[in-house]
Design a protein around this ligand. Structure first.
Ligand SMILES: Nc1ncnc2c1ncn2[C@@H]1O[C@H](COP(=O)(O)OP(=O)(O)OP(=O)(O)O)[C@@H](O)[C@H]1O
Ligand SMILES: [Mg+2]
Length: 464
């Protein structure tokens, strides 16, 4: 039997000619080189791949003691000590390969040993493929990061108003930390401008800044957008699954805009993420750790939503660790001039004095965004380089009286009254606390109903 190739029959796996042939075919079709020795270290089997990798033909090796044909072979050691060996590098002449070895054990007795080899060219190919895949991943990561860049920086925030400057200082401090920030303010006051500036000033600059508008996406869709999902987890789900925005924003900032519009169900899930810094994709059992800084914004009165049961109080306190309230433009009218100067810079236009007066008296319900639109419009409509009142959008001119003197007086009085109310409410809230109970007591002390108090807090943008 010595010189005969023994194939698998030698290891007791087959007992008739048909099975022997079948096993032979299996071993011959394996893509790795196979060599088997028996308990006497005699080579009983090799397959064609072994010959291809090592250059050793069956005639040269079958039926011969392995040590004699391949003096450096370690397989006899495996036969002796019964220990498997993995990833052993071998070089015989010009043939280089890597070998795994294992003993063959039947009924507790070592009856031989097998080595499985891979030519280094294959390993090289796989290594190169891995390298290429890694490069592709890193390129895609860079592209993802560049898709989610924040544009604005603090120095682009225009305005000398003391309150605004203090707000910028506070936001700069906030940028040094990873604490959640809640930015409130009317539409167009610059909430996103602040959010982007905080990101760009923070250690997360260069990593993704991912804005999500919670009001623009339907509630059930928002959950899958934020958390992602596993393949086939619901009807209409993509086959490949989807990475959620929490994961996209990993190591960066997630900007939850219009947070007041988030459903209560999702608020509970967001609270969990804030507490545990872990997310679970829809349909997945695995939790994934994430490192995301949350900046949220809203033009709604969240405290009021809490009182109505539409916003979770615990989430509010989690989000507003740092709170920035941007005052409306009509409360910092001196900024209007700076903003206009900045907006017309680079054009050849300048504003006539009367035009400037009209713009300063207008109430700007759409704040800086509305001002910017008005100036863009006026620059476009102006005849020559002087911007006259006629070049302004009609809705602005109509709301500002031609003779501004008496009207200006009344407006000022209104502001004085509002300021007085704001101050009284602030004192009451400081005294009784800003939670619902505190507000009830504050309303009582001020001699107004709780609903009126909420209305005033909202309308007067009281900072509490
Ligand atoms: N202080 C400022 N200096 C320069 N530009 C500003 C300032 N405030 C706002 N802007 C500009 O006004 C526009 C509106 O700002 P932004 O989008 O940040 O407002 P917002 O508060 O997020 O509004 P909304 O609530 O409608 O989303 C942007 O073009 C922004 O660059
Ligand atoms: Mg915004």
């Amino acid at each position: 039997m010595g010189g005969q190739p023994l194939h698998a029959a030698a290891i007791g796996a087959a007992n008739n000619a048909g099975e022997l042939e079948w096993l032979n075919a299996v071993i011959d079709s394996i893509n790795d080189g196979i060599l088997v020795i028996d308990s006497q270290e005699i080579v009983r089997l090799i397959n064609p791949e072994y010959t291809r990798i090592t250059g050793v033909s069956p005639e040269q090796i079958i039926g011969k003691p392995l040590r004699r044909v391949r003096p450096g072979a370690l397989l006899p050691e495996t036969l002796r000590d019964g220990r498997g060996r993995v990833g052993i590098y071998r070089k015989e002449g010009r043939h280089e390969y890597v070998v795994d070895m294992a003993p063959i054990v039947v009924n507790g007795v070592i009856i031989g040993a097998v080595s499985v080899c891979k030519g280094l060219t294959e390993v090289h190919k796989l290594t190169q493929e891995l390298h290429r895949s890694r490069e592709t991943i890193s390129r895609l990561e860079q592209r993802m990061d560049s898709l989610h860049q924040a544009a604005y920086r603090f120095h682009q925030i225009v305005g000398k108003d003391g309150g605004l400057r203090r707000l910028v200082q506070l936001a700069q401090k906030a940028a040094e930390s990873d604490l959640p920030v809640l930015i409130t303010g009317e539409s167009g006051t610059g909430k996103e401008l602040f959010a982007q500036s905080i990101h760009n000033e923070s250690g997360r600059a260069g990593r993704p800044f991912v804005p999500v508008n919670c009001a623009a996406i339907p509630a059930d869709l928002l959950e899958s957008e934020l958390f992602g999902y596993e393949a086939g987890s619901f009807t209409n789900a993509k086959k490949s699954g989807k990475v959620g925005l929490f994961e996209v924003a990993d190591h960066g900032t997630l900007f939850l805009d219009e947070i007041g519009d988030m459903s209560l169900d999702l608020q509970a899930k967001l609270l969990r993420v804030l507490q545990e810094q872990k997310i679970r994709r829809i349909g997945d059992t695995r939790e994934r750790s994430i490192n995301v800084r949350i900046v949220a914004a809203t033009n709604k009165d969240l405290q009021h939503l809490v009182a109505k049961g539409n916003f979770r109080e615990d989430l509010l306190y989690r989000l507003q660790v740092i709170r920035l309230h941007i005052p409306p433009l009509r409360e910092r009218r001196e900024d209007i001039i700076d903003l206009i100067d900045w907006m017309v810079k680079g054009t050849s236009c300048r504003l006539e004095e009367r035009t400037m007066q009209v713009l300063q008296q207008y109430d700007w319900p759409g704040n800086v965004r509305e001002l910017k639109n008005a100036i863009d419009y006026a620059v476009c409509m102006a005849d020559g380089s002087e911007i006259s009142v006629e070049s302004l959008p009609q809705w602005i001119v109509k709301r500002v009286p031609a003779d501004d003197q008496p009207k200006r007086q009344v407006t000022k009085l209104k502001e004085v009254l509002e300021e007085a109310e704001r101050g009284a409410i602030q004192v009451a809230i400081e005294q009784y606390g800003s939670d619902v109970e505190g507000k009830k007591k504050a309303a009582q002390a001020l001699g107004i109903s709780l609903a009126t108090l909420y209305n005033k807090i909202n309308r007067l943008q009281v900072d509490w």
